[in-house]
Design a protein around this ligand. Structure first.
Ligand SMILES: O=C(CO)[C@H](O)[C@H](O)[C@H](O)CO
Ligand SMILES: [Mn+2]
Length: 289
């Protein structure tokens, strides 16, 4: 099991450059950095090559996260939006592969965060989402990339809220490189049991996010980490465990994640680094790896 952190912990915008964080997370002791793929198409090949070299030099593996925008929604009822989504993913996956990334996770099957001022068509969105992911799966497979479909809580997405729904979706897609992704923050809201949800995902679990119920770093709250760790061991999970703390207000990240109070307790960057380092030690101990 490899342990990582989403670099957005330190940032306010999904567009923030992730290159400078590779060395930082290596120094903190992580194996993996997760980067936002939202704006990767704006990076030059030279920039991507440099980031890839820095990662290799620092023994860091990269993974990617994305919350697709409404205009790139693979499950939209509007065929033009679905086509734009497919084109966007093909370009994004091509660039993601330049960083030697093998895992991209998020609401790939939909968009994020969902605009609930509009009527919800869960059945139609799910059916179009299955078709949309099916339609980009082989493209991703040819680049050696797994598509990890994140199960989110009801306030952020309606298509997949539980591990059981995630598994049924992935089975309907029926492609070996399309997997389920779970996140303890969302599980805390939707699942009856953390352990059972992880066992339901079982061999289909492709990526795993961690965070407390208020998205502080693991170890500061009341998620049943021991139960989570036991279940991950039971299913022989060998993928990445990426902590996804969101503690800062402000910017698009603060607004998308609904961070309306300072959860850093006024921490400066040095203190935030220390929190991440301590949480990594806690995560390795309680989850394994
Ligand atoms: O858990 C999440 C959102 O609540 C997601 O993992 C990411 O934050 C989102 O896809 C943006 O990358
Ligand atoms: Mn997540």
């Amino acid at each position: 099991m490899k342990h990582g952190i989403y670099y957005s912990y330190w940032e306010h915008e999904w567009s923030a450059k992730f290159g400078p964080y590779v060395e930082k997370v290596a120094k903190l002791g992580f194996d993996v950095i997760e980067v936002a793929a939202h704006h990767i198409n704006e990076y030059s090949d030279a920039e991507l090559a440099e980031i890839r070299h820095t990662a290799t030099d620092n023994n860091i593996v990269l993974t990617a996260g994305i919350g697709p925008s409404k205009s790139k929604n693979l499950s939209s009822p509007d065929i033009a939006v679905r086509q734009a989504g497919k084109a966007f993913f093909e370009q994004t996956l091509t660039n993601v592969a330049k960083l030697d990334i093998k895992t991209i996770g998020g609401a790939l099957h939909s968009y994020w965060p969902v605009d609930y001022s509009e009527p919800v068509d869960k059945k139609g969105d799910r059916a179009r989402g299955v078709e949309g992911i099916h339609g980009i799966a082989d493209f991703a497979a040819n680049l050696g990339i797994n598509l990890c479909i994140e199960v989110l809580n009801r306030f952020e997405n309606h298509v997949l809220n539980t591990a059981a729904e995630g598994v049924a979706f992935v089975r309907d897609v029926g492609k070996p490189n399309v997997k389920v992704m779970l996140d303890t923050f969302h599980m805390n809201i939707e699942e009856d049991s953390f352990g059972e949800a992880i066992r339901i995902a079982g061999p289909l679990l492709g990526h795993f996010h961690t965070g407390e119920s208020n998205r502080r770093v693991p170890g500061k709250g009341r998620i049943p980490w021991h139960e989570v760790g036991l279940a991950l061991r039971e299913i022989n999970y060998t993928g990445a465990v990426v902590m996804e703390p969101f503690v800062k207000t402000g910017g698009t990240i603060g607004s998308d994640i609904r961070v309306w109070r300072d959860l850093t307790d006024g921490a400066d960057e040095t203190k935030m680094d220390e929190d991440a380092r301590n949480s990594l030690a806690f995560s390795r101990f309680v989850l394994g790896g």
